[in-house]
Ligand binder design. Structure first.
Ligand SMILES: [Zn+2]
Length: 293
């Protein structure tokens, strides 16, 4: 919005300048310059692996226009960006290809821009932004320089973030039943989520799969997707045990709606997707992070 306002103000300024100028000798040279960045091996690899199959722009070069100006941010390193591109492909995009049987699903619904930032984005209240999604068009991944390929696993935050943000897009495309919001109805706490729930345990006991899930029903819904596909059946059961009987009951009722929504609206069986995601996550540390063939 801020960006839009800035653009709006500059256009107004240009218009007013134009209105009071009688100068006809305008230069014929455009002031808009084409980017002169030279294409490297990684750009060509991205063309073959992101643009051609999915029409996704994987933006690893820092661009002010893509960045949130309210944070102090640094670019992602070249090597870390390559590693991230391979992991996102293997652990997320191809997991959906595998369950749906083609690249069409990701091509149709996944955001068209993936933007990398090297650092975290810290909020003034001390919380950290892991990822953001804008109007279904773009996902930003922060702290790319903090990625450790040797220890990457299903619970590594970036990949949970991708499933979370993608879940929002699926919901925006096909809304879920209003019954979902009624289960925890008055218990949603909006921006107070991390104040009210300082631990996972306290959130679980109130029927939220994570503290962030208590923010709003839309967050609750996609937290249930993203945490489910990144956990084994035993890990999920442990969370429900921690939730106790009343927490468990709420989480199970909500998850039933989530599971049926994914099955009926998207023909995706979350149990099968989980199996695929966990297998791919286990394979991830052994991917070839050097080759750009
Ligand atoms: Zn969200």
């Amino acid at each position: 919005m801020k960006r839009f306002l800035i653009i709006l103000f500059s256009s107004v300024a240009l218009l007013s300048l134009a209105a009071c100028s009688n100068d006809d000798d305008l230069s014929s040279t455009s002031v808009i310059r084409e980017s002169t960045t030279e294409e490297n091996d990684f750009d060509r690899w991205l063309q073959r692996n992101y643009v051609e199959p999915y029409n996704i722009q994987f933006k690893y070069r820092f661009e002010d226009i893509e960045s949130d100006m309210s944070y102090y941010l640094t670019p992602a390193s070249y090597e870390q960006s390559i590693a991230m591109s391979k992991l996102v492909l293997h652990m997320c995009l191809q997991a959906y290809d595998e369950i749906t049987g083609s690249t069409d699903f990701i091509k149709a619904y996944f955001p068209k821009i993936l933007y990398l930032v090297g650092s975290y984005a810290y909020k003034t209240n001390g919380s950290v932004v892991l990822g953001t999604a804008e109007a279904g068009a773009k996902i930003t991944l922060y702290n790319v320089d903090g990625l450790n390929t040797a220890t990457v696993n299903a619970k590594t935050s970036y990949f949970k973030t991708l499933h979370h943000e993608f879940g929002h897009i699926l919901n925006q495309t096909k809304p879920y039943s209003t019954d979902f919001a009624e289960i925890s109805g008055p218990d949603y706490v909006q921006d107070q989520c991390f104040d009210v729930y300082k631990t996972d345990e306290s959130a679980l006991k109130d029927g939220f799969i994570s503290p962030y899930a208590s923010k709003a029903d839309s967050e609750d819904f996609v937290e249930l997707i993203s945490l489910y596909v990144n956990r084994t059946a035993d890990e999920w059961e442990d969370m429900l045990t921690t939730a106790g009987s009343s927490g468990r009951e709420k989480i199970e009722s909500k998850f039933e709606i989530v599971y049926n929504y994914m099955k009926n609206s998207w023909n995706i069986d979350l149990d099968k997707l989980r199996e695929i995601v966990l297998r791919r996550a286990a394979e991830a540390p052994n991917l070839d992070f050097d080759s750009l063939e």
